[in-house]
Ligand binder design. Structure first.
Ligand code: GLN
Length: 477
């Protein structure tokens, strides 16, 4: 309603609107829709309003930061000093953080307002926001359906206009898949582009924080603010952070785009997605791009590789929730051993336990070479093959998801069905490359789904330009 973040900032500077008005507008929207969407776990209403007044003063004095006008929700696995953070787990219920994530510090320093905490899958493990201890979040396009996962609250609030951006985390698709299911833009940056300090770890060599936004420019602007070296995260890169938000869609049309041949006839793909993706390929060719099929023999190894490696990392990362250092402690415990066992048994949900057990198994003596070791090797094969394609092409495009949002509960009790939802998104996390989901299509039921663009490591600038071109020229609704 106020346009992009940059436009909103301009309006604020021009005096056309006042920041407290904007915050009040979003709070009204939240009050209107949150009970049916179950997306916000907590709204920092008073705090947001008083910060709006302070920032309004800065605007009036000509000192507005880059994100003045941005009202941001936080996925509840990103910590914010003196605020609760739960990873949507009983084990962290009522836990309060003593410090802020680097991304939080950086957006606040540019005058963003953080408006609340958002529902997600427990410890970001899931594809439908159904593993949350606080219940499922719902899709604003159809509340019977999932907004995706694990950043389901984040996608729902942006799509429903309850704030203008959210920060989520993406380990295997958790930003892009929810973005696809709710018709918004979701970005997973290059591994190392954004500091993970203050992100509750799931699988550390896959996790990245990124924005969920209403448009490509906002995504670029937020990345510009949150990216860059941070001494608190040794895996963060010191690569220069370009001005991503200075978008240029008049690039040379000589760009070369690859699509993976065996995705088009992959059995998981719905007819609607297949049709639109094929149309997109011919639209791009009509616009003068070179678009060619490439062989990628590892599609069916993606999901197994992802789940072997991420569960291994999760089993190690989640060892710290022992009933002593953090959060929940069982009242039924009577000694040290039972404190561990009972606190963890009572505190973690089913899916998290499944992953800890799987991860412990793939790392166990006698099996580690067969599973974890092999997974590492396949990860390398996938990354090498991907880089080889980028030797010849600027981007790889795929559908973000095999279909549009599904009805809650429709994946039944079979975790494998849910895991296969991640088939097209885990690629970028396995290879460490950046990827963005852009909403371009509606299916025959009028539900949105996204197209994914993947680029070589640290090529976010070029990726944003191309994504913005798609958004402007090839969006079908
Ligand atoms: N859906 C995937 C999973 O369940 C991805 C989660 C994520 O990116 N955090 O692991």
């Amino acid at each position: 309603m106020y346009g992009s973040i940059k436009e909103t900032r301009q309006k604020l500077i021009g005096g056309e609107v006042k920041l407290p008005e904007i915050v009040k507008h979003f709070i009204e929207k939240i009050n209107e829709r949150n009970s049916e969407l179950n997306a916000f776990l907590e709204v920092f209403e008073d705090e947001a309003l008083s910060r709006a007044k302070e920032i309004q003063k800065k605007i009036d004095e000509g000192k507005a930061g880059k994100l003045a006008g941005a009202v941001i929700g936080l996925k509840d696995n990103i910590v914010y000093k003196n605020h609760k953070v739960t990873a949507c787990s009983k084990i962290l219920e009522n836990f309060e953080s003593l410090f802020s994530a680097t991304v939080v510090e950086r957006v606040l320093a540019e005058d963003a307002i953080i408006i609340g905490r958002l529902n997600c899958d427990e410890f970001a493990m899931g594809s439908a926001n159904e593993t949350s201890y606080f219940g499922e979040a719902n899709n604003p396009w159809d509340t019977e359906r999932t907004p995706g996962g694990s950043s389901g609250g984040a996608s729902a609030v942006v799509a429903a206009g309850m704030c203008n951006a959210a920060l989520g985390s993406d380990t295997g698709g958790s930003i892009r898949q929810p973005a696809s299911f709710t018709g918004i833009v979701g970005l997973k940056p290059t591994y190392g582009r954004v500091s993970r300090y203050g992100l509750i770890a799931y699988a550390s060599s896959f996790d990245q924080i990124g924005p969920l936004t209403g448009n490509v420019e906002d995504s670029a602007l937020i990345l510009e603010v949150i990216a860059g070296r941070d001494k608190m995260d040794a895996t963060s890169s010191s690569r220069q952070v370009e001005k991503f938000s200075e978008i240029n869609i008049n690039f040379e049309k000589g760009l070369k785009i690859a699509y993976i041949k065996n995705i088009i006839d992959h059995p998981s793909l719905s007819e609607d997605v297949r049709k639109s993706f094929t149309e997109l390929i011919s639209d791009l060719k009509d616009r003068g791009f070179t678009v060619e099929p490439v062989d990628f023999p590892y599609i069916d190894y993606m999901v197994p590789t992802y789940y072997v490696l991420t569960t291994a990392e999760a089993s190690s990362n989640l060892a710290r929730y022992d009933g002593i250092h953090y959060g929940y402690r069982s009242l039924n415990a009577y000694d040290l051993e039972s404190t561990y066992v009972k606190s963890r048994s009572e505190g973690f949900g089913l899916e998290v336990k499944r992953r800890i057990m799987t991860g412990t198994f793939v790392l166990s003596a006698g099996y580690i070479d067969q599973y974890y070791g092999k997974g590492q090797k396949v990860r390398r094969l996938i990354a090498d093959k991907t880089n080889e394609i980028f030797g010849r092409y600027d981007f790889i495009i795929t559908p973000t998801t095999p279909h549009a949002a599904f009805v809650h509960g429709s994946k039944g009790d079979d975790p494998i069905k849910m895991y296969l939802e991640d088939i097209f998104t885990v690629h970028a996390n396995i290879a460490g490359i950046p990827a963005i989901s852009v909403p371009l299509h509606l299916n025959s039921e009028g539900l949105p789904f996204g197209t994914q663009v993947m680029a070589p490591k640290f090529e976010e600038k070029k990726m944003f330009d191309f994504a913005a071109f798609l958004e402007k020229e090839l969006k079908k609704y």
